[in-house]
Design a protein around this ligand. Sequence first.
Ligand SMILES: [Zn+2]
Ligand SMILES: [Zn+2]
Length: 690
Amino acid sequence: MQRAAAHSWEAPSAKRSHSWEAPSAKRSHTWEGRQADPGDDDEWGSFSGGSGSEPEDEDEPGQQLVDKVLRLHLLNKISAEDCCTTLHLAVEAGVSQAKRYALGPGSSSGHYSRKLTKALALGDSRELYEFEYPGHSKHELSRTVHKAVCIPFHEQISADMEEDVGCRVQLADLVRERVLPPVYWQHKVVRAATDGERVLPVALYLDGVPYSQNDSVIGWWAVNLITGRRYLWGLLRKSKACRCGCRFWDSVFIFLQVAVWSLQALAEGCFPAVGHDGSPLQGHRAGLAGSRLACKAACIYVKGDWSEFCGTLGLPTWQDGIRPCYLCAAHGEDQFVVAGNREEALRWPMNTEEDYRNCCQRCLRRVRVKSVADRDAISRKLRYDKRQNGNRGRCMTDGLDAFGLFAGDRLEPTARLPDVAGFDSATPPFWVDFWRTSEESATRRPNPLFLADVGISVAENVASDSLHAVYLGVMRVWARVAVWTCLLSGVFGGVGTAEENVATGILAFRSMLMSWYKTRHKERPGERLTRLADFNAKLIGTASSQVLKSKGAETYGLMKFLLHLYGRFQGRLGDTWQRLLKAGLALERVVTIWQEHDWIIPPARRQEALDEYGKHVALMQPFDVYTPKHHIVFHLVQASRWLGNPAKYSTWKDEALNKVLKSACRHACAARFDTVVLLRMRELLRDMRD
Ligand SMILES: [Zn+2]
Ligand SMILES: [Zn+2]
C-alpha cells in the first residue's frame, strides 16, 4: 500500500541533521508475536510464534509478503478466503511468518474469517471502550439510543509513547531547542508541567467521509505532532446520527464528551478514575484508574477544513448572517479589505475566548426542575423543531414565566442530561440548560471541547487548513481565472467560432502543459510535482460556466505552469496579464515561505507572507471572484505567529488517510461496524508516519 507521504512543498525538506532523526524503533503489529491461543482449533496452532520461537526480522521479505497480503485484506481488496489460502501457499513456499494466518482451500467461508479475526485480534474487545449516544434509527420513527465503541486516544498515545524511544528523544530535543511555536509554550498543560516533564503536542482532527451510496462516516482522529502518527479513535455514521432537528448535535455532543475525557487524562498524565460520563469504569480500566500514562499531552490544534467542521463543532458557518467568520467580527465587503493588516494583528476585531464564554453565558438559561409537576409542565411544551430556520432541537413551543423560559428556548444536552429525550423520565430535583438562539454571537452551541478547561479555545487552537483554504481555495480560484483568461485571449488562434477556439485552445494548452511537466522533471528530478492526468473540458467547464476541478497538489503544479506561461506570452494574453501574473507570484511566494521554514517562521518572513497575500487579494478584486476562503486565509497567514507554520497543521496526510478509512468501511457488517472498522484501521495505521 502506498504510504501517505506529505508533499514536498508542505513539509519543508528538513536537512536531517538531528540525532533524533535516526529512524525510531519500529512498532510491531499486534498480530506479531501474539501467542497461540490454547484453544486454537486450526492445524497451524501449534506452530504459531510462542515465546520459544526464534525472533523474526519483520523487514524480511517473508514478513513483508505477509504484511502486504494482510493489508489487502484489511482494505477489503481480497476476501478472508483469498487471504488465508494465499498465505497457505506462502507457508508451503517456506515463509514461516505466514503460518498463523494460513488455511488451505476447501474450508467454509466462515472458518476463514474466524481464523483472521482471531489471528489479527479483530475481535479483541479489551481496547474498546463502550458508550451510548442518542441518534436516529430507520426502524424507529423517533429517536433511539445507539451503543458505540471507541479506542480512547489517551490509551493509544500512551501505549505508543511507552515503546517509542525515538519520539521521546525527538520531543526532548525540540523542547530544548525551543523549536515549537508559542501555542505550545502557552498551553496550560505545558505551563503547568514540572521541570524535566515532557508534554507531547497533539492535534484533534475530524472529517466526514462518504463510504457508500447512501452513508458517510465522521472519523474522529488524534495526531501525534512529533511523529505524525494518526489515531482513529471514534466513528459516527451519518445514518445513525440524531435527526431530531439538532443537525447531529445530540450525537456529536457525546463524542465531544469522550474527546474531553481523553484530553483530561492526557493533561493530568493519568488514566481516568471514572468513565467519560462519570460512571464507574469496567474491567481492566477499573484497575488502571489513577495510574500514570506514558506521558502528558497538550492538544494544540483542532484542525480540518473549517467549512466542514464548523457545523460539527457548533461554530457559525460562512452562510451565517450574523457571523460569517468564526474567528472575527468581519462581515460583508469589509472581509476582503487589505489595508490595516499587520503581522501583529489583523484589521478586524478578533473573537476571544472570553467572547465565546460570554456568548454561552448569554444564551444559556439554567433551570432547576424541583418536582414531577415542574417537569411535566415543561415537558408538555417541548417539541422537536425540525424547521429549516428553526431553533434546531427540542424546543419550547410557548414561554413559561415561572421558569424564565421563552418560546423557542432549546433544551441542551449536558453532562447531567446527555440525552434530551431523557428529560421526561428524569427524577427531580435536577438542573437543565436551555439555549436561547436569539442571543447568539460567537457560537451556536455550548461545545464541551471549548468549555471544559482542557486548554482548547476557538480563538487559540482551531486551525484552518492550508490544503482546503489555499490549494483548493484561493489558489484554485486564481488558476481558474488564469486558465480561462488564457483560453479566451485568442493566443492559441482565433479564426473559428468562439466554441471552436476554446476547443483548439484546450488542446494546445494541454500539449504545452504535458511537455512542461517533462522539461520540469528533467531540470528538477528530485521535485515531486503532482501532475494533472489530463486537461480537458471536464476539468475546466465551459466559457459560460467556468470551473476548475483540480485536486490540491495538482493545483500547485498547474499554478507553476501558468506562471511560466504568463511570463512567456505576456501581452498576448490580454490586458489583465500583468495583474494575474503578479497575483500568482504573490501567492507562490506565500507558499514558498511556508516551505522554507520549520515550525517557527521568523517575524520578517511572516510580515512578508501577509503583505504578499494582501497583494494577491487586492490584485484579484476586479475579477469579482472572492470566496469566504479569501478572508479565512488572512487568518491562516497571520496565525503563523501563534500557531507556527501552517504546513504543520495542514491536512494532506489526513485526506490521504480518508481514502484508507473509506476502504476499511466497505463491507463492514452493520452490526459490528464500529468495532470492525476501528480495529482494522488500528492495524492499517500502525506503520504510517510522516
Ligand atoms: Zn437531536
Ligand atoms: Zn475573520
